[in-house]
Design a protein around this ligand. Sequence first.
Ligand SMILES: [Zn+2]
Length: 210
Amino acid sequence: MPLTTKPLKQTRTISGEEIDLRDAAEHIERYFRNNLAWGESLAPVDVDILQTILDVLVYADDLAAELGPEMLCPILAAPGPGQLDARPWLRYALARLLELPAGVADGWSEWVWPRVERIYKRTAGALAEIYHGQTVKVVCPWCDGRTEDQPVGGAHTWQVEVLPNNQVAIVCHGTNCNPPPEHVTTWLWGKPCWPITAWEKLAQRLQPAS
Ligand SMILES: [Zn+2]
């Protein structure tokens, strides 16, 4: 929890066998890494944004496909390849909602709300308009962005999280991330955690020269 000090032994020592396994995983990842792998490809698009656009399209199509038959309306064909604009399906779903008779509208609203909220949250997350779960596009200088999926490192392991006491903090989810005590004073569930008050110092640590 915020402002708790680091326990004496925070990260466990890795045995020789575990080191061998980790090294083997690194070799395998390097061996199979091609220019389509994460971190290697110079994609001309932001992959996270592209994925968000696709997710929103799938959610909107689901919504339209459920609401259309309910109102006995001609079904809007599912999006084809290359189709990325979700607006026709959203407009279609909205039109069907507005046609609902008063008696059943409330029940449908309850069903629709979590689905619409999912679209909203996915979009807000990609636009960095939410705190909880937002990925900070930085490679952690202490664990070098090593994760189970990316043992060689380079992953974005910092996430902004809203703690149970409503404080906003960055938490590093890297494997065995263990910054020295002068760089982190707070630990959350065994992971280094920087409350918002420590962000300026954290930013300076990332750009010591400039
Ligand atoms: Zn880290």
